[in-house]
Design a protein. Structure first.
Length: 201
């Protein structure tokens, strides 16, 4: 008897099993047939949910990025925080904490860092920039209203800052030199303080 599951349940199952195979066998060595065999579904059902192996990987990256995006949205809309507190908390929320260092996160990061997958990260980066710049713009506008900031174009500035921030963060994931990584963040924090003319860090 065929195992019938709700579409979203089946989709999540395919993604979870695919990630395990990617980690065990290696992403480049994994075939779609390996995923089909592991999940015990037809080829047609796999392609109903995903276009190909790259599509599965992209959806996995999106899934593991969602907690950060949700944190940024929550900070942006928090009525209890001042704009200054929001700005500091906003950028701190993007830092990787100890609870984020899971086996799955580490395995996925290794796959993402492959040269063949850089285009996927560029695609995701633009999606993250679209969302996060809107959240940051809301905070900058609040800063104007509170008299903390005097920005003529908060939307444009938010877009520029989040573009620089996102691509810098992506670059740091492949950086082996810890000192150089610290220099990157110090420089960005200095840029942020000077641009906003507020001492955040």
């Amino acid at each position: 008897m065929r195992d019938v599951k709700a579409p979203e349940v089946r989709r999540q199952e395919i993604m979870e099993e695919a990630l395990q195979i990617f980690m065990e066998k290696g992403y480049l060595e994994t075939r779609t047939q390996d995923i089909i065999d592991k999940v015990k579904i037809s080829r047609g059902l796999l392609y109903y949910h995903f276009k190909n192996k790259e599509d599965i990987l992209y959806c996995l990256i999106e899934k593991y990025s969602q907690p950060v995006i949700q944190r940024l949205a929550k900070i942006s809309q928090d009525k209890k925080l001042t704009a200054k507190d929001k700005l500091r908390t906003f950028f701190e929320a993007t830092q990787i904490g100890s609870t984020d260092h899971t086996k799955e996160n580490a395995g996925l990061q290794e796959i993402v860092d492959l040269e063949q997958n850089r285009y996927l990260m560029d695609r995701l980066a633009h999606e993250i920039i679209d969302l996060s710049s809107n959240y940051l713009a809301h905070i900058l506008e609040q800063g104007n209203e509170e008299g903390l900031l005097a920005l003529s174009h908060p939307q444009a500035l938010a877009r520029i800052l989040m573009t620089a921030y996102t691509f810098t963060a992506n670059e740091l994931t492949t950086l082996k030199d810890k000192k150089k990584g610290e220099d990157y963040w110090f420089t960005f924090e200095h840029l942020l303080n000077c641009t906003l003319q507020v001492n955040l860090f």
